[in-house]
Design a protein around this ligand. Structure first.
Ligand code: AMP
Ligand code: MG
Length: 330
């Protein structure tokens, strides 16, 4: 199996995609760019290749994977049927950061769906991802390209640092434009249900579907998405989520600030990341994981993160920050 990435710029991205597709066809594992975060992909119909993803990420087997497709034909290979509402969502939002839970086709391996009778499907819009899936000629099962529970990768460097040579090939498609994972909607119920907030705002989806059911506050939903685990997306440095950034009282404590639109007035933070100087929630989402990775590399005692406005993509950003801040044992 190839373990080397093209290091020279002489290798065109076409050649790189062709090489990655060849590796996938032979049962390999390739990290690839999407508009949400980088994915760690394998042929969705090759159970051994899919098993290697779980090993590389140390991901529990109860956590099903999203199947990434390039066209409508591949959709018919992985789902048993497409309800009318799903068709409306597909027409409105695919390709893009929306994952649909649909009844699975019998040919999708149980390992991919963790034994569930349903499958998660998404058509990414990153051109390199589409071309990779098309050239491979098969849907790709792909979770985020990072060790389980840790901060997602939004560029090829993050993948190298998190998974290194556990991956057969890393395809570099630049920084992820959306920057947080896809929104997951289940079409198994009526009305449809949201399983994970993400890169497509809920109100945008509801404009097409009407009201979507969401978990009651305070009632723990059945965990059917890893992003639903109380602790997820976590950096190594302890992270606290606050409404107003306040530095720690102890002067010996080295803290970094993750601010929404303005650096805090105090000089008590040893490092500051501002997610969007213009208060743009899309820009903040795109910068979120990169900023957390940078702060995480500074050997700080704490990262103190500021809550962003609870609207649009802000809901998904606050969701990620809250889970990154959750205590290890809950
Ligand atoms: P990630 O590891 O970030 O790619 O997340 C994939 C997400 O899709 C996880 O939250 C999975 O639990 C979720 N998922 C995949 N398949 C299903 C399914 N059949 N039903 C519900 N959630 C699913
Ligand atoms: Mg993940």
């Amino acid at each position: 199996m190839h373990r080397h990435n093209p290091s020279s710029k002489a290798v065109s991205s076409n050649d790189a995609v062709a090489e990655a597709a060849r590796i996938l066809r032979h049962g390999g594992m390739v990290a690839f760019p999407t508009e949400t975060v980088y994915g760690l992909g394998a042929d969705a119909f090759n159970e051994i290749a899919v098993a290697r993803i779980f090993e590389a990420k140390q991901r529990p087997r109860f956590d099903p994977l999203i199947v990434h497709i390039a066209d409508a034909d591949q959709l018919t290979r992985v789902v048993a049927r497409v309800p009318i509402l799903a068709t409306a969502l597909i027409e409105s939002f695919w390709p893009g950061p929306l994952t649909l839970i649909l009844p699975k086709s019998a040919t999708v391996p149980d390992l991919v769906t963790a034994g569930l009778p349903s499958v998660a499907v998404r058509m990414p819009c990153h051109p390199m991802a589409r071309e990779l899936i098309r050239l491979t000629g098969t849907p790709l099962a792909a979770p985020s390209a990072n060790s389980f529970g840790q901060t997602s990768s939004t560029n090829a460097d993050h993948v190298r640092q998190s998974l290194g040579d556990k991956v057969d090939y890393i395809l570099d498609g630049g920084p992820a434009a959306v920057g947080i994972e896809s929104t997951i909607i289940s079409l198994l119920t009526s009305p449809p249900a949201i399983l994970r907030l993400g890169g497509l705002a809920l109100e945008t989806i509801e404009a097409v579907t009407g009201p979507i059911s969401r978990p009651q506050p305070g009632v723990l939903p059945v965990i059917s998405a890893p992003g639903m685990l109380p602790r997820h997306y976590a950096p190594h440095t302890p992270l606290r989520l606050e409404s107003i950034l306040t530095p720690p009282r102890d002067p010996a404590c080295r803290a970094g600030a993750l601010a929404f639109c303005r650096a805090p007035a105090t000089t008590r933070f040893v490092a500051v990341e501002v997610l969007s100087p213009t208060s743009d929630l899309r820009e903040a989402a795109a910068n979120l994981f990169g900023a957390i990775h940078r702060l995480d590399r500074l050997s700080l005692d704490f990262i103190i993160a500021e809550r962003v406005p609870d609207e649009g993509l802000g809901l998904a950003i606050n969701d990620r920050l809250a889970r990154a801040a959750a205590p290890c044992f809950q």
